[in-house]
Design a protein around this ligand. Structure first.
Ligand code: GAL
Length: 427
């Protein structure tokens, strides 16, 4: 059954290529700034390109390498300041409002109305896509962040019977993997990756409520309390299991170490699955996904979305506007939602799509999302731009990466540093 699913994706992509190749001359262009450059993610972005080309438009790919998107944001800011914005860029959560405040985004209400977005999207997600009551962005997916990915064969070889579900089991698995000569946790020492692990620990130790108090309310007692000290102590411990060659390493190169059997585990959002899928590996057989140990029941997430820019007078042509509207329309159509998300590792953002074509990790993700929504334990990710401004996120990244690089940093003081940095950045 799973083989059939993969075949279905491959067939759909192949048929799209044929359409693209025979497409008529371009009716207009759409330039998209994004940061999907790993093998699996580039393949996912290609789905959008092919569908755009099938409709006779030109896709201008402005991919900027760098996981988490910091480099892409720098490019985008330079482009915007010099009056030459792209048609669309991957911008998420509260940042959409910041770009809207600058007067740089354009309304896509007509596309939204014609395609019934108000009934396709959950209200909470639709409202994130609007600025001043108008749709200015289209969401593509929901990525779960609090995952642990394992290679069960490596775990078995190291004498670890099952994927860890508690922090104690995670440490025990780390000890066994190291003793057996494996990299226990594949991890690239970049600030956003360090913060992904930190965020998992916050969810595990403080729960969804504590997470919200810390990273939405910026509550002093939570950020400086004893449990935050526990989070930093746990982070110190996890560092001892991380890839010794991981300094500055890209996330996908670390995923490759789990795929090829050099490492046992990786703590990463479910775009990691895009690499497993691109390598032809099967969920539940070649790899396993479990919630980050201790954070079961909590679902931290990010929503990839493309915000639409007002074009420069040179680029503001009917053809280019039609190309942008086509992009927005395609993004929420079932065909795109199915193929893109199966490649990307995420789940559809459109309500009520049948998940039976998806693998076991995506099915678990969809179920956990719905359960967390009911229980009030959805956590908009701080590390992935959903809970706070870029300035506050940057302040957190700095504190976490300093803590990770200074082996003498005191876990009992790190929370106060975090609070002071957040406060300064939030002003
Ligand atoms: C996130 C983004 C994902 C993935 C990841 C790694 O911010 O939402 O789609 O690209 O970064 O770059």
């Amino acid at each position: 059954m799973k083989t059939l699913n993969h075949l279905a994706v491959a067939i759909s992509l192949a048929s799209l290529c044929t359409f693209a190749a025979h497409g008529a001359e371009s009716k207009g262009s759409v330039e998209v700034v994004h940061y999907w450059t790993s093998g699996g993610e580039a393949k996912s972005a290609d789905v959008l390109k092919q569908l755009i080309e099938k409709d006779g438009f030109t896709w201008q790919n402005s991919a900027v390498a760098g996981g988490g998107g910091a480099a892409a944001m720098t490019v985008l800011k330079t482009r915007a300041v010099s009056g030459n914005p792209p048609s669309a860029a991957q911008i998420k959560g509260p940042d959409i409002q910041e770009w809207g405040n600058l007067g740089l985004l354009t309304s896509i209400d007509e596309v939204a109305k014609a395609n019934n977005w108000n009934s396709l999207l959950p209200e909470s997600i639709a409202s994130l896509m609007k600025y001043d009551g108008h749709y200015v962005a289209v969401p593509l997916n929901i990525h779960r962040i609090n995952w642990l990915w394992t290679n069960p064969e490596v775990l078995r070889k190291a004498g670890v019977a099952k994927a860890p579900t508690t922090l104690e089991e995670l440490y025990a698995a780390g000890d066994k993997l190291k003793a057996a000569g494996f990299i226990a946790i594949a991890h690239g020492g970049q600030p956003w990756q360090d913060t992904t692990v930190f965020e998992g620990l916050v969810l595990s130790i403080l729960g969804a409520d504590g997470f919200k108090k810390a990273f939405i309310d910026h509550d002093e007692a939570t950020l400086t309390g004893a449990k935050m000290t526990d989070v930093f102590s746990a982070l110190r411990r996890l560092k001892s299991y991380m890839d010794p060659d991981g300094a500055g390493q890209d996330w996908n190169l670390e995923t490759a170490k789990v795929i090829n059997g050099r490492a046992g585990m990786q703590i990463m959002g479910d775009w990691a699955k895009s690499e497993w899928t691109a390598a032809g590996k099967k969920a539940g057989i070649d790899y396993e996904c479990v919630p980050f140990p201790g954070s079961q029941g909590v679902y931290s997430y990010t929503i990839d979305s493309l915000a639409m820019f007002k074009l420069s007078s040179k680029n503001d042509t009917p053809g280019n506007n039609a190309a942008r509207d086509d992009l927005a329309k395609i993004a929420l159509e079932p065909q795109f939602q199915y193929i893109f998300n199966q490649n990307k590792g995420s789940i559809p953002v459109v309500k009520g799509l049948d998940m039976s074509q998806f693998d076991s990790c995506a099915q678990a993700s969809a179920k956990d999302f719905a359960d967390a929504e009911k229980a009030g334990t959805l956590a908009p990710s701080m590390a992935f731009n959903m809970s706070t401004s870029q300035a506050v996120q940057g302040a957190v990244f700095d504190v976490i990466s300093h803590f990770m690089s200074d082996k003498n940093a005191d876990p009992a003081k790190a929370g106060s540093q975090l609070f002071a940095s957040i406060k300064a950045a939030a002003q």
